[in-house]
Ligand binder design. Structure first.
Ligand code: RNT
Ligand code: ZN
Length: 412
């Protein structure tokens, strides 16, 4: 009997159908963020702002669209299944000098062609940072109407592009709004900026699109570097706004206080909302955007999505940017870890454990959850890679190192 066959029997003994889990996982598309490839710089600016930062100077950063696309392709070749690519508006590809309020679908045609070639979907994000008009750390909530209007136009232009992506690819595009707005020190007026943000959002979302093409999310945050005391787009702000306007909340796992976990929020969000969006990241002491590891919390997030019947309703995207390591390996480790976590959740005897909880057999719950951890999970993961024609753990990194030596290290 093969190791996989043996593993299958062990899982069957606790009531888990392994092949069903593998088939479900195969259908889950994870949105891979283009911005890990070039340290979030994009093609229309040369500096990052808005309280987020990449640290490190590992050689090989993609400097232009050709390099970024080549690196993304490389990363996908080591990741089982077909996924999505998450773009930021700052990654437009054009020779025109077009400012962010004037971007159009045609400035992203190269990405659409790329997506068609790769058989992937696209998601989109307006870029409210890394721009002279965002220098005050105020965009949609800026006291100056002209600045606000510029960013409102950017928000609208972005949704139009997202709609185009959905139409062209026949796959819903998630358009996610995150703004950096806030203040370094304790503000004298918290309400004013929030009123202005509300008004700006009303304007942006007044244009209606077919939900088949584009769905809108708004991403809250607790604080950023340099905006430590007050964040206009806080969680309460966006949860209320989303509830009132039928939008989707996006929870970034790095955007909460250090002992707060997103895994516990998923059931409540899915209970009251049709859809949910995630930015899966790894905060180390703060919103540091480290590469996601196969941690207990990552497993818990994925298992909650399975338990709450949320896999079809949740847009899973990754959001980290580490410039101190090989950027392709960062993507591959993160994407594969997200898949591993989902597999872990799919291989859990969730119905049986729920039954134990509801009949107060709490020791059974404890033992059941703990013993899951040493089942032959790795053999099932290997089989998932095999069934999807992807390399197993241990089989891809040498190849990345070769690409690093032949291609990445020659850049500069
Ligand atoms: C920032 C947010 C936001 C960005 C990306 C680049 O704290 O998490 O999602 O990381 O849009
Ligand atoms: Zn995020």
């Amino acid at each position: 009997m093969s190791r996989f066959e043996e593993a299958k029997e062990k899982y069957a003994a606790i009531g888990v159908d392994v092949q069903k889990a593998l088939d479900t996982l195969k259908k889950i598309r994870i949105s891979m963020h283009c911005w890990q490839g070039d340290d979030v710089l994009g093609f229309d600016s040369d500096s990052l702002s808005g309280g987020i930062a990449t640290t490190g100077n590992y050689p090989g950063r993609a400097r232009n669209p050709e390099e970024l696309m080549a690196d993304i392709k490389k990363a996908y070749s080591y990741i089982p299944g077909k996924h999505k690519l998450n773009l930021h508006a700052s990654y437009r590809i054009t020779d025109e000098k077009v400012d962010r309020d004037k971007i159009e679908p045609k400035h992203f045609q190269a990405w659409v062609d790329f997506a068609k070639e790769e058989g992937i979907g696209l998601d989109f994000n307006p870029t409210f940072f890394g721009h002279p008009k965002a220098a005050d750390n105020m965009t949609l909530s800026h006291p100056d109407k002209a600045v606000r209007e510029f960013w409102v136009e950017h928000g609208k232009a972005s949704r139009k592009i997202a709609n185009y992506f959905g139409e062209q690819l026949g796959m819903t595009c998630l358009d996610n709004v995150w703004i950096p707005d806030g203040t370094k020190d304790v503000p004298a007026d918290r309400l004013g900026p929030r009123m202005r943000l509300k008004e700006s959002l009303d304007d942006i979302f007044s244009v209606k699109y077919d939900e088949k093409n584009v769905k809108d999310a708004i991403e809250g945050k607790v604080f950023g570097l340099g905006v430590e005391s007050y964040t206009v787009g806080s969680h309460e702000f966006y949860m209320n706004y989303a509830a009132q306007n039928g939008l989707m909340c996006l929870l970034d796992t790095g955007h909460y206080h250090p002992t707060e976990v997103v895994s516990d929020k998923i059931s409540s969000m899915l209970l009251f909302n049709k859809n949910l969006a995630l930015h899966v990241s790894r905060p180390v002491r703060w919103d540091s955007d480290h590469v996601i590891k196969f941690t207990d919390e990552l497993k818990e997030i994925a298992t909650e999505l399975v338990r709450c019947n949320g896999l079809d309703r949740t847009f899973i995207a990754l959001d980290f940017f580490d410039a101190s390591i090989n950027r392709i390996a960062a993507w591959v480790v993160g994407m594969r870890n997200m898949q591993k976590a989902l597999l872990y959740g799919l291989l859990s005897p969730n119905a049986a454990l729920k039954e134990k909880q509801d009949t107060f057999q709490l020791t059974d719950v404890l033992v059941g959850l703990e013993e899951l951890k040493t089942l032959p999970f790795g053999d099932v993961w290997d089989e998932f890679c095999r069934q999807n024609g992807a390399p197993l753990d241990g089989e891809w990194f040498q190849d990345v190192k070769k690409y690093e030596k032949d291609v990445l290290f020659k850049r500069n």
